[in-house]
Ligand binder design. Structure first.
Ligand code: BEZ
Length: 216
């Protein structure tokens, strides 16, 4: 049907679908938004709800850490701009926390459907708690989906952004529970020469040629 947006599910490695939207910071065209920066785009089910308020406050109070990581925040829910404005103002008045990043008013569900944030078996009217990590080339690099009743973990959201950026910069991989400052994984060998190099090389930690760690 003309103008109908399919409920699509972008995947890791896909280019982030482009869209235009009304936000609490004015209209945006996503392809022009935050050029040369990482983007952390997240949805919440509804304004004026408790879990969402704690999550949005978490993004707001730690925005300086996203700034330091060259990342822009953008929120979304299937609410009107009037609801967003009233909620932002209410939280600021009640707690002093100001949601100082754009929040998309996705009242026609266009962006939610484009990004697979509307998962009808969880809710037909509210977006799930999604987080998309989008790199400066606008490629989707990591996706989180949480249900309506479980809030996300801000430490983990910041940790995976740091992990993606460190992996890109040093061409390494991150082991279980990796945190900045800890050893990273040397990518496993792809040929016999690389295998021999791992066997002979002097690394900070070596279990065998396929599991080698080093400090950065
Ligand atoms: C909440 O944010 O508290 C919430 C929103 C939608 C459904 C359930 C909980």
């Amino acid at each position: 049907m003309e103008n109908e947006v399919m409920n699509t599910m972008p995947r890791i490695g896909d280019m982030a679908p482009d869209f235009e939207a009304v936000t609490t910071k004015g209209k945006i065209k996503f392809s022009d938004f935050a050029k040369d920066k990482w983007i952390v785009m997240f949805s919440h089910p509804a304004d004026f709800t408790p879990v969402c308020t704690t999550e949005m406050s978490g993004f707001a109070t730690r925005k300086n850490e996203f700034d330091e990581l060259n990342a822009e925040l953008i929120g979304l829910s299937i609410d009107s701009i009037h609801s967003h404005l009233a909620w932002v103002n209410n939280v600021k008045e009640k707690t002093g926390v100001y949601f100082n990043f754009p929040i998309i008013a996705d009242i026609d569900m266009k962006v939610s459907k484009l990004y697979g944030m509307l998962q009808p078996n969880e809710s037909e009217t509210a977006a799930v708690r999604a987080v998309f990590f989008i790199d400066p080339s606008k490629k989707i690099r990591l996706i989180m989906y949480y249900p309506l009743n479980v809030g996300r973990n801000m430490d983990e959201i910041i940790r995976v952004l740091q992990a993606l950026q460190t992996s890109d910069k040093y061409k390494v991989a991150m082991p279980l529970n990796w945190k900045p400052g800890e050893k990273v994984i040397v990518p496993p060998p792809k040929n016999l020469d690389e295998m021999q190099e791992r066997i002979d090389g002097n690394y900070d930690e070596k279990i065998d040629f396929y599991l080698v760690k080093k400090n950065l």
